[in-house]
Unconditional design. Structure first.
Length: 429
């Protein structure tokens, strides 16, 4: 497997003296001393994906070796395994602050490379979620699992379950249940934000944006329910729903005499998912492929670059358009621009919003447009909100514009009317 590295060994973990010193420093109380009782769950970021790649046997060996490291550092600890990817153990601490200190120190000791006996090496981030028995009672494992989810989304990678987390966790579980039902019962909707082709003032492309009007809460923020779907593994079902609805809506527009290229946002998890890639290629026939685009962010290929790039190559070969979304908002990399089979580059609104008032932004935008064109890509400017910005983008040679000046996200019927009217008629000078 090469040098895939898992962050679970320590430089001195095999030295009993080091381990004993670590234990005494970390937990100086005798094991029968008073203190609050905690359950901790140890998780490895990205381990589920890695397990699919390396197989269950190697993954089990990784967890076994990790458990040996923990036992060495915390003599006498009773260690158990939860599911296929996590370990759990009990410990005592005076309060939450000391518990965080203990787990943080343990994480530092574990968060390094692991070399297996067969020569493979792995590197994943260790995270800890923990909960107190007196807070959660018989649900302490569930509470610790909820804390682990939070820990894996923050820099410290350690989280203790708190009282206020219980209501939030219950609300998240209820929202997840409702989202699953909304997907199954067709309770979501798509809105479409058009893109204006600057050379002709024609509307030829629209980005599909998923919306959820909850029966009790009303409109739920896409950031909230899409983030929840990504955290819980529901993003696959959600994405499939979006694809099916977008294809159906595109067919309705075609019946009205409108040929509209529809772009669908693709989560980084789905970009690297081989099963989803095969489903997508089977679902979108070759005749429709040229009228469908997939919008991905620059970070979509970071976790599993080889698999993600292979899937994107397959999409492009089938005729699907690939657009790099929010370019410039993250760690933009020329190497990714070189590797990605992209047809379009979308410049983030961060650089467009001050295009007419900043000295540097016009230079950055113009150079990005020139670079994209040299690489054979079209350029879309996001967040265009005034006519002066639109005029400047035309002068720079930008291909497409998207934003409130052009149009907000529209329901399908409103989109059809808007395209029929045209930009000039909708925006008389």
């Amino acid at each position: 497997m090469g040098n895939q590295t898992v962050a679970i060994s320590t430089a001195d973990a095999s030295d009993p003296g080091h381990a004993q010193d670590f234990f005494l420093t970390l937990n100086p109380r005798p094991s029968d001393a008073a203190g609050l009782s905690y359950i901790a769950i140890l998780g490895l970021d990205g381990f589920s994906r890695l397990r699919r790649q390396i197989g269950s046997q190697v993954a089990s060996q990784i967890l076994k070796t990790l458990g040996e490291r923990v036992r060495l550092l915390l003599p006498g600890v009773k260690l158990g395994r939860i599911g296929r990817t996590n370990l759990e153990f009990a410990f005592r601490a005076a309060d939450d602050l000391e518990a965080v200190s203990l787990l943080s120190a343990l994480r530092l000791e574990l968060d390094r490379r692991l070399d297996l006996a067969d020569g493979q090496s792995f590197d994943l981030d260790v995270a800890f979620g923990a909960a107190r028995h007196d807070r959660c009672g018989e649900f302490v494992i569930d509470c610790a699992a909820e804390a682990l989810v939070q820990a894996q989304s923050q820099a410290t990678k350690v989280q203790i379950y708190r009282e206020e987390d219980r209501e939030r966790a219950a609300a998240s579980l209820a929202l997840l249940r409702d989202l699953r039902e909304a997907i199954a019962q067709d309770g979501l909707a798509l809105a479409y934000q058009p893109k204006l082709r600057l050379s002709s003032d024609r509307m030829e492309v629209a980005e599909a944006l998923v919306r959820w009007n909850h029966p009790v809460r009303g409109a739920v923020s896409p950031d909230e329910f899409i983030g929840l779907a990504e955290q819980t593994g529901l993003i696959g079902d959600l994405t499939r729903w979006v694809v099916r609805r977008a294809l159906a809506d595109q067919a309705r527009l075609r019946d009205l005499g409108l040929e509209v290229e529809i772009h669908i946002n693709l989560s980084g998890q789905m970009v690297a998912d081989e099963t989803f890639a095969l489903w997508l290629l089977e679902t979108i026939d070759r005749d429709s492929a040229g009228r469908i685009g997939l919008e991905i962010t620059e970070t979509a290929v970071i976790n599993e670059p080889e698999r993600a790039l292979a899937n994107l190559q397959s999409f492009a070969a089938a005729g699907l358009k690939i657009a790099i979304d929010d370019y410039g908002s993250g760690l933009s990399s020329l190497s990714y621009l070189k590797q990605l089979p992209a047809h379009e580059l979308k410049i983030d609104k961060l650089f467009i919003s001050q295009l007419t008032s900043s000295h540097r932004d016009p230079l950055l935008v113009r150079s990005t447009i020139d670079l994209a064109h040299a690489l054979g890509m079209e350029v879309t400017a996001e967040g265009v909100e005034d006519s002066m910005t639109l005029a400047l983008l035309k002068m720079m040679g930008c291909d497409l514009a998207q934003g409130y000046l052009v149009a907000p996200a529209l329901e399908l019927d409103a989109l059809a009317r808007f395209i029929h009217e045209g930009f000039a008629q909708s925006h008389p000078s």
